[in-house]
Design a protein around this ligand. Structure first.
Ligand code: ADP
Ligand code: MG
Length: 425
């Protein structure tokens, strides 16, 4: 798509809906000149501004021609505090890279405007948000295949293993993302365990539990600190950095990863772990809350079986794909050895399971909650879900049992249910 000359957009200003429609008309050569355009603001996050623009009279909602504009501002949408606007350029570049490397698992970027910080991209209107879909017990047979593919290709091929180390270093410079990393370092690694900013949000009924299990557990703090050090220092590959179920769109047979503004050079385990951790929210919700309602029992059970299989096969498929791509692409004489490949892979899996634990805990006690937990109206049930997840997550982080795969993770989750039920007796 070409870009027309237009001085009006030479300097960044925050667009409202009308501006977004004008911008589409005046800057993007996406619709015919005479097209009558309509639009809506669809952003539901607290960081950026997202608009959908479409041509009136070009079919139903399902088949009309449309485009998405995502604009970043130098101020955070929710609180108005400053936030490095370069994150939008990082997101655009990351999305374009995904497109090159992982064959259609992210929205197509039509154009990026660095002056206005606007990404013009493919409208994924026929997809639904994975987090919401999982809450409704919908199954997606392709999910573990697609996500493992996405992580393996995008990380291995941006690391020293799969690209020229000099190019990797140049790439790494492009993706330095200080403000977004700072958010993660605080919200995922430090605050959940120390509450040093007093921003944690904990149910009164779970306060004592959280004090004991999280704030006072020095061994846990040491492990969280070690993982934070890995997040801050191991620039091994270009990671997505926010790969939770709300950053993924799905249909019955397609998966699309978006919202890549947290991308930076970091540990591969962070992406795999973030996604894995988020699967335990619908797991706990359906296993401990919804299934008790005894409606649609078969559907609930089918869903739980599928979700468990997904957790297990995610790591199994990751392993399989990692080895295959590794054997095809890695040429460095030291790295190409099978023993090195397997050592590296084992480390990723182990650290992913620990990172999954951090993600679970931060969503329960931190202030960035997930609806899977927050919307449980029955408070005693929510208390139980939170305790089960906290105990599960602590085991993941401490890794005392030497977790190897998804089966170990599921066993640990079941054990935590047993332990919490015993405590209740
Ligand atoms: P933020 O970074 O501000 O959280 P997101 O990238 O998550 O913004 O986008 C906010 C919302 O806008 C998403 O949850 C989704 O509903 C919608 N959205 C974003 N990108 C697209 C797209 N390419 N197609 C359709 N909807 C989109
Ligand atoms: Mg975002």
């Amino acid at each position: 798509m070409g870009k027309k000359e237009n001085n009006k957009y030479d300097q960044h200003f925050r667009m409202n809906l009308k501006d977004a429609i004008d911008y589409t008309k005046e800057v993007l050569e996406f619709f015919p000149k005479e097209a009558k355009l309509k639009g809506e603001e669809i952003g539901d996050g607290n960081i950026n501004y997202v608009f959908r623009v479409w041509e009136e009279g070009t079919g139903t909602k399902e088949d009309r021609k449309s485009i998405i504009l995502k604009q970043g501002d130098c101020l955070l949408r929710s609180s108005g505090r400053p936030l490095d606007i370069r994150r939008t350029e990082i997101e655009a570049k990351a999305l374009m890279g995904y497109d090159k490397r992982s064959t259609g698992l992210s929205p197509k970027v039509y154009q990026f405007d660095s002056l206005m910080s606007v990404i013009a991209m493919e409208d994924l209107y026929h997809h639904e948000n994975l987090r919401k879909a999982l809450l409704q017990a919908k199954v997606f047979p392709q999910l573990s295949e697609d996500i493992s593919n996405f992580i393996v290709r995008n990380t291995l091929l941006t690391s020293d293993l799969g690209m020229d180390p000099k190019d990797k270093k140049k790439n790494q410079r492009e993706f330095v993302n200080p403000d977004m990393c700072d958010i993660t370092e605080d919200l995922v690694f430090t605050e959940p365990y120390t509450d040093y900013k007093g921003r944690n949000v904990v149910l009164t009924e779970n306060m004592e539990f959280v004090e004991r299990e999280l704030y006072k557990d020095k061994d846990l703090h040491l492990e969280a600190g070690k993982l934070k050090e890995i997040f801050m220092n191991r620039g091994e590959a270009l990671i997505h950095g926010d790969l939770h179920t709300g950053s993924i769109f799905v249909t019955k047979d397609s998966t699309r990863i978006f919202d890549a503004e947290f991308a930076y050079y970091g540990p591969i385990a962070y992406d795999l772990g973030n996604f894995l951790g988020n699967l335990f929210f619908p797991m706990a919700y359906h296993r401990l809350v919804n299934i008790d309602q005894k409606q649609n029992l078969t559907r609930e059970i089918d869903f739980l079986v599928w979700l468990e299989q997904t957790i297990v096969s995610l790591i199994d498929r990751f392993t399989h794909k990692w080895k295959r791509l590794y054997d095809n692409r890695v040429t460095d004489p030291l790295y190409a050895k099978k023993e090195y490949r397997d050592w590296y892979l084992e480390r990723i899996i182990k650290e992913s399971i620990s990172m999954a634990g951090l993600e679970i805990i931060r969503r329960i006690v931190g202030d960035a909650k997930v609806e899977d937990i927050e919307n449980i109206e029955d408070i005693p049930k929510r208390v139980k879900v939170e305790r089960v997840l906290i105990l599960t997550a602590k085991e993941f982080i401490k890794d005392g049992k030497g977790f190897k795969d998804g089966r170990d993770m599921m066993e640990c989750f079941e054990k935590a249910i047993y332990d919490v039920e015993k405590m209740e007796e």
